[in-house]
Design a protein around this ligand. Structure first.
Ligand SMILES: CC(C)(COP(=O)(O)OP(=O)(O)OC[C@H]1O[C@@H](n2cnc3c(N)ncnc32)[C@H](O)[C@@H]1OP(=O)(O)O)[C@@H](O)C(=O)NCCC(=O)NCCS
Length: 372
């Protein structure tokens, strides 16, 4: 029997991303995340993950054009949005909407390599459109049409708030999207690859990945972190709050990782962004509380923060509603999911592991009236 939770099992070969858990390093197609984070745009990362190299200027222009052209959602999805906004939570909306998107995809059921590439770009382009439209509608506001002059990150903030973000906010969100775009065989990416390995379509694989990301042990942790910060409210209460939770054997959201045995390299950048944004706003409260929690969790449990911990205060300072934090994670990770799905299709074998049976054996059929 392998480790519970498939610990240490290599479930796929990939050229997309790589982690060194002992050294706390993350690479996208051979580039260190510390090199990419300050330089790359999310659009460049999309190209990197899908084409396995950074784009030339012309390639980036073409990709930008394609993504911008695909931002608008179909009338079918537009009609669905008011019901979604009034009836569902954000991640359920995303899961259902992405599933529904397959009905009117211009490439239909074409499963060719090129069609799947176009579907991937369409999915990446539209995630932010549905998330922003959902938030506008539930607040009884008109959805804002995408602005073709803005980058993917800036356009999301624009569609969400109805005003163009300043350059710092747009770049901060852009960096968050870069940091979240891919992360080897995490639960949602593995889910996407399992579905793709049956040769089910890319929308099905992406829908399943969203369902997997939704849980609090995976993408849902960023929302839980912010709820905790809001509950703590003041840095003076942080130590006691965390100690109490730990005494009750509760997990502290945003800490621990299956693979990293040291600091998650993404947390390094998000911690800095959290501090910078707080200083810009003249309110470093959420950063200060987070720092204190980090100190206490390290002293009590020896655990490091993961990607979700400082992402929470960053998104909050950007004015993103707390229950949209996980959809924002999804809006970035869809770049990785779709790249992995295409990689799986390109050299497929159905993913079908074994299980170890631990139930009773040799039982004999009993007619219903004889069962006690
Ligand atoms: C990420 C996570 C799911 C990894 O799970 P895992 O590899 O199965 O690790 P385990 O849950 O088995 O944890 C190992 C030990 O560390 C403890 N631990 C792990 N994460 C912890 C946390 N966030 N708070 C407190 N204790 C934690 C566990 O209780 C366990 O202790 P034990 O051996 O005394 O029972 C887990 O660390 C977690 O639940 N973190 C909180 C949720 C989160 O932030 N998820 C986002 C991940 S990017």
């Amino acid at each position: 029997m392998t480790g519970k939770g498939l610990e240490d099992v290599i479930a796929a070969q990939t050229s997309i991303s790589d982690i060194d858990g002992k050294m706390g390093r993350l690479f996208y197609v051979g580039y260190d995340i510390h090199d990419l984070a300050p330089h790359a745009t999310f659009e460049e990362i999309i190209h990197l993950l899908h084409d396995l190299r950074l784009p030339t200027e012309t390639e980036l222009d073409n990709l930008n054009e394609q993504l911008i052209a695909e931002r608008e959602i179909s009338p079918f999805i537009e009609d669905l949005m008011p019901t979604m906004a009034s009836q569902t939570s954000p991640m359920s909306m995303l899961r259902t909407t992405v599933s529904a998107m397959s009905a009117y995809d211009p490439d239909g059921w074409d499963q060719s390599e090129r069609a799947n590439y176009r579907k991937a770009m369409r999915l990446i382009a539209r995630f932010t459109t549905v998330v922003a439209a959902y938030d506008r509608l539930r607040n009884e506001l008109e959805p804002v049409r995408p602005n073709p002059k803005l980058s993917h990150a800036a356009n999301f903030l624009y569609m969400l708030k109805g005003i163009e973000p300043n350059d710092e906010d747009a770049r901060t969100l852009d960096m968050c999207l870069v940091l979240h775009a891919d992360h080897t065989m995490n639960a949602s990416t593995f889910t996407a690859r399992v579905v793709a390995s049956t040769l089910a379509d890319i929308h099905s694989a992406t829908t399943a990945a969203i369902a997997s990301l939704k849980g609090p042990l995976h993408g849902g942790a960023n929302e839980a972190v912010m709820k905790m910060l809001l509950e703590i409210k003041d840095v003076s209460r942080a130590e006691e709050y965390i100690k109490q939770k730990l005494a009750q054997r509760e997990k502290i959201m945003g800490f621990g990782h299956r693979v990293y045995k040291t600091e998650d390299p993404r947390a390094t950048h998000l911690r800095r962004l959290s501090q910078q944004l707080g200083e810009q706003m003249g309110d470093t409260r959420w950063y200060e509380i987070s720092k204190k929690i980090e100190e206490v969790v390290m002293a009590e449990k020896g655990l490091y923060p993961n990607v979700d911990f400082y992402a929470a205060s960053v998104y909050y300072c950007l004015g993103i509603p707390v229950d949209l934090f996980t959809p924002v994670f999804a809006a970035s990770r869809v770049a990785g999911w779709t790249a992995h799905v295409r990689e799986q299709y390109a050299d497929n074998r159905i993913i079908r592991p074994e299980s170890e049976y631990i139930g009773p054996r040799g039982r004999k059929w009993q007619p219903i009236e004889e069962r006690g």
